[in-house]
Design a protein around this ligand. Structure first.
Ligand SMILES: *[C@@H]1O[C@H](CO)[C@@H](O)[C@H](O)[C@H]1NC(C)=O
Length: 289
């Protein structure tokens, strides 16, 4: 009995130890994990960094993704930009009034797609050194989706998006749309994406309403939609070729009527002249007599 109890106690202690280690590992992993920051293209963004406030701190911000680039430095109680990489020139700053409170957060202005990646915040004080890592992700939300019709082809497009967008068509009521093409995706110099796709309007279902949705893969909230009820293409097409024969026919009728009127006037004049000349001849003969 006594042996058994101590064995149970032993087991309990071991389980507790194990649990403690699991929790510790979990916390350690989480405390060391990079902080994720989402920055919007063209806007300002704060990369957070905290340290134990103390006099005379050294602060270095380093961009680690494409070799180590100097982003910003502060030591000897002032900003030191001698080593700053030029891509961060004029776009970065610390909140200097906050440094004495242990706040070394970096303000990044006019965010570019290229700014995404891993940043290190290194601080050193009399209290010790500290490194923390920030993982920046850039987003350029879908701002506008446009949809237009040309003949019986409708085209949907959107631009200035990051990361790579996807485009989907749907109809109301639902139908299978076998006639859609694969979206064309292009990237600008600023690495922003534009996307467009076309499809042929179905003749079988003239009452369908077409919707086009553009979204980025990373963020489902980052999506926009546009809808279009196609104007019937057959009605549109017919007046165009009809127009010319109509004008032609009108012109023909005009010319025809003109010729008839001219002929009648000419004949009347002719009759008049003949009558008149006959009358004149009579008068002349009468005078001679
Ligand atoms: C650090 O300072 C910035 C700018 O004032 C502020 O937005 C941020 O919340 C501060 N961080 C902390 C933890 O106080």
């Amino acid at each position: 009995m006594v042996v058994n109890t101590s064995r149970d106690q032993m087991r309990m202690v071991l389980i507790k130890c194990f649990m403690f280690l699991v929790v510790l590992t979990f916390l350690w992993t989480f405390s060391r994990a990079d902080t994720e920051v989402f920055c919007v293209f063209g806007e300002s963004c704060i990369l957070p960094c905290q340290f134990h406030a103390s006099s005379d701190p050294v602060i270095h911000w380093i961009y680690m993704t494409t070799g180590d680039l100097w982003v910003y430095s502060y030591y000897d109680s002032r900003v030191q930009l001698g080593h700053q990489d030029q891509r961060f020139n004029g776009r970065t700053s610390l909140f200097e009034d906050q440094i004495s409170r242990g706040n070394a957060s970096l303000l990044l202005r006019g965010v570019k797609v290229q700014d995404q990646g891993r940043y290190q915040c290194y601080t050193s004080t009399t209290m010790g050194d500290k490194e923390s890592f920030i993982n920046v992700k850039t987003e350029a939300p879908v701002s506008e989706v446009s949809i237009s019709q040309e003949g019986n082809r409708i085209t949907c497009s959107s631009e200035g998006i990051y990361p790579e967008p996807e485009l989907t068509w749907s109809t109301s009521p639902p139908s299978n749309m076998e006639l859609q093409d694969r979206p064309r995706v292009q990237q600008t110099e600023e690495q922003l994406y534009s996307i467009s796709s076309s499809l042929m309007v179905s003749d079988r279902d003239p009452d369908l309403i077409y919707s086009c949705t553009v979204r980025t893969q990373r963020n489902q909230r980052n999506q926009r939609r546009a809808t279009l009820k196609p104007v019937e293409t057959r009605k549109n097409k017919t007046p165009a070729p009809k127009k010319n024969p109509d004008i032609f026919r009108e012109k023909c009728i005009g010319i025809f009527l003109g010729v008839i009127v001219a002929t009648i006037i000419f004949m009347l004049l002719f009759i008049c002249v003949i009558r008149c000349s006959a009358h004149c001849e009579e008068n002349r003969l009468f005078k001679i007599r």
